[in-house]
Write a protein that binds this ligand. Structure first.
Ligand code: NAD
Length: 255
């Protein structure tokens, strides 16, 4: 491998990916493992399919079952990783939920459920990992998964929009504080991807057609479409990038 290709290699690195059993988290786990990282995937349910796909490419994957709506999951995750890895190098805060509901009907419970997982956990898991990095002075990479709704208002998803706008803000705030520790905090804002997250949207023929007609690429994204951005932000290739959220959106924001 020449020196330029080495910039993108994750050989010898350990990564945590939250929400690794399906969709984008599964895709990001495959990408990082394919680039050489030892991946620990966190999910509420078993990650059997992710494990199988990573096995097929000769990568390393270990699942950690944890409920990210509860901050006690942070200790569980870090303890599990420390059993077989000397340190964490990469954290991908991917897990997230969406609840579709008119603004006038949103309950306190639904608001908290969405923002606890999408925002609160993103911050506190990042804090826990960064504390280790600040102590060992070896730096690290945090990749936060935001959304188009970090930039736009959306329809019938106010808690989600608030939570993803916060993810873009947290990404900038943490970069300001931690860049000088050699910690890169950046984000990916996916456009419209064909995963569970958008199942309801895609089932609504009118909304689905509306969305598709606005995407310059002319199709919904697939988990493979985030491989490149994930590897870039997890690798030495992005060493001087701090606090930025990259849109991987088929051109949606360019419209
Ligand atoms: P998905 O529903 O398939 O994935 C969500 C993941 O989060 C799952 O792996 C799930 O297990 C995990 N998760 C949810 N609640 C959890 C909890 N309490 N504890 C542990 N894990 C939990 O959908 P996806 O599209 O792959 O979503 C991944 C991320 O991408 C989310 O943050 C989502 O908001 C974001 N995103 C998706 C799209 C899209 O179009 N699909 C667009 C923008 C952003």
């Amino acid at each position: 491998m020449n020196d330029i290709m080495k910039l993108f290699s994750l050989e010898g690195k350990t990564a945590i990916v939250t929400g690794a059993n399906t969709g984008l988290g599964q895709g990001i786990s495959i990408a990082l493992a394919g680039a050489g990282a030892k991946v620990f995937g966190v999910a509420r349910r078993s990650c059997t399919e992710t494990l199988e796909k990573i096995k097929q490419i000769g990568g390393s994957f270990t699942e950690i079952i944890a409920d990210l709506s509860d901050v006690s999951a942070i200790d569980t995750i870090l303890n599990e990783v420390s059993k077989t890895a000397s340190r964490v190098d990469i954290l991908v805060n991917n897990a997230g939920i969406i609840k579709r509901c008119r603004a006038e009907n949103v309950t306190y419970e639904d608001w908290d459920m969405v923002t606890d997982i999408n925002t609160r956990m993103v911050f506190f898991l990042s804090q826990a990992v960064a504390k280790q990095w600040i102590t060992d002075e070896k730096g690290g990479k945090i990749i936060n998964i935001a959304s188009m709704l970090g930039y736009q208002g959306g329809v019938y998803v106010p808690a989600y929009t608030a939570s993803k706008s916060a993810v873009i803000g947290i990404t900038k705030a943490l970069a300001n504080e931690w860049a000088h520790y050699n910690i890169n905090v950046n984000g990916i804002a996916p456009g419209y991807f064909a995963t569970n997250n958008t199942a309801q949207l895609r089932d609504d023929a009118e909304r689905s057609e509306d969305i598709l007609s606005r995407i310059p690429a002319g199709r919904w994204g697939t988990p493979e479409d985030v491989y490149g951005a994930a590897i870039f932000l997890a690798s030495d290739a992005s060493a001087y990038m701090h606090g930025f959220t990259i849109a991987v959106d088929g051109g949606w924001l360019a419209r």
